[in-house]
Design a protein around this ligand. Sequence first.
Ligand code: GLC
Ligand code: CA
Length: 585
Amino acid sequence: MLGNVAQVDTISQPAAVLDPEQHRESTPIERPWWRNAVVYQVYVRSFADRNGDGIGDLAGVRSQLPYLRDLGVDALWFNPWYPSPLADNGYDIVDYRAIDPAFGTLEEAEQLIAEARELEIRTIVDVVPNHVSSEHPWFREALAAAPGSFERDRFWFRSGRGEDGAQPPNGWQSIFGGPAWTRVEDGEWYLHLFAPEQPDLNWTHADVWAEHEDVLRFWFDRGVAGVRIDSAALLVKDPALAEEPSDPGPGQHPFMDRDELHEIYRRWRAIADGYADPRVLVGEIWLADAERLARYLRPDELHTAFNFDFLACPWAPAPLRASIESALAAHEPVDAPTTWVLSNHDVTRPVTRYGRADTSFSFEGRRAGTPTDLARGTRRARAAALLSMALPGSLYVYQGEELGLPEVEDIPAERRHDPMWLRSGGLDPGRDGCRVPLPWAGSRPPYGFSAAGTTTPWLEQPGDWGPLTVEAQSGAPESMLELYRAGLHARRSAPWGDGAELEWQPSIPDVLAFRRGERFVCLVNFGPDPVKLPAGADVLIASNELEGGAVPHDTTVWLRQAEVRPARPSRTETSNDSGQGKEGR
Ligand code: GLC
Ligand code: CA
């Protein structure tokens, strides 16, 4: 029975049966905001440039706050906006209590935080506790001080091995490639898990604890709603500097996910909870083990963590279902909401990733020049967006994701900035391609990112982004931007009712379908053949036009079932248990 879809079966009327405004008034907010927030990630350098120097700035963000409000986001997460020599695009910080002059001033940041709040948008700032810039006063002091000094002890200075200590203290490798140690003039070596310009702090040193707790208070006192904690599972190192075992047990790795970390985050949580409007801690934690990840989300630790398993998952029903199930199952015992993340400033843009033969993401696996079909990738990214918006928990949107920007893969070598590219000799394509400045309007670069006729943006934009600008997509019913706007507004109206849990529905292997609440169903068709809608279902929104009332390939629909069901079946009554979703079609 495909009857009921006729009035609302295309994306040109995506949310026709919903009235978010009405719903907002009638639904009191019972749970803390962050449990189901939509957080928009602002990479300031590439968002909007108001003074025409080719670098995005806070004035640019302030001018586009109405755009963000209309998109329907609850919070902004700003990548590091602090003074930095830019060895790692701002993740090498010189002063944690100031704003990079290229972006603006501290007063302006305070204004921005307040203006956003007036639009009901909260602000989350990035903090980087694992390392500082090699230009940071502490590291300069350490270099000037003698081996064994108090100043050096804030970092990991050690003598080398071998004759004259010419070999690094151990074999740890930098996450950006090459040894994790660099030698200084007097012969000692210092540890850097990332670039040499990012020396690692020693988290057994009391100064390091005190300083970071003070930095948290500094920003919380300025009205930020929370922090995103960079490399949150790396801070603590094995003081014996043991070599990396090939298959470390839980908590056994010498610099990842060590048990002592939890004590740091308990302290931070107490600080965050000390505010009348408690602040929120979000961890950047890349861990394959969902249970180990959830340990950081115990009620007295972090509030949420990025769900990178979902981001890295191939576009295929069985792995996606497994990923969703494992995330929900691991978060449940600690009563933390899951997050749903499709992209960020470190990973290949979804429309490019999903257009490839291998749709999964890994840092090790990505290679420049891997062929992609952008039309297919875009179609899947649309379906993935609506899927992620329908899942229970909070959602992250990385700037440009809502425009369907592709990864820019042909940036000339001399214009690249990313140490991942530089340190791998170009083998790793790096992350510049997902950091290209946003196209706002017009048919030529800089597409309104900077005022026309000013300098070229810090990373050049492609010549064919005219159709991807905010201007070009606004009001175009089939655009990615309108899908995000409609999807986020529909999500805000909570068509599933009150925080309802997910319950899988019987379906063929090519389909994922789940119910939330009494009448809401989200259905994704991954297979080549159109799938009939369940009898008596209204389509609330669809990621692509339906075909004769059926859901075509790589399409997500949100449905409202006609009738309230008499009873809830048990959660085990599912369909895909045979799990033979086809991958990599
Ligand atoms: C995090 C950031 C990344 C940065 C790294 C080192 O993974 O997301 O951009 O390069 O930490 O700070
Ligand atoms: Ca600027």
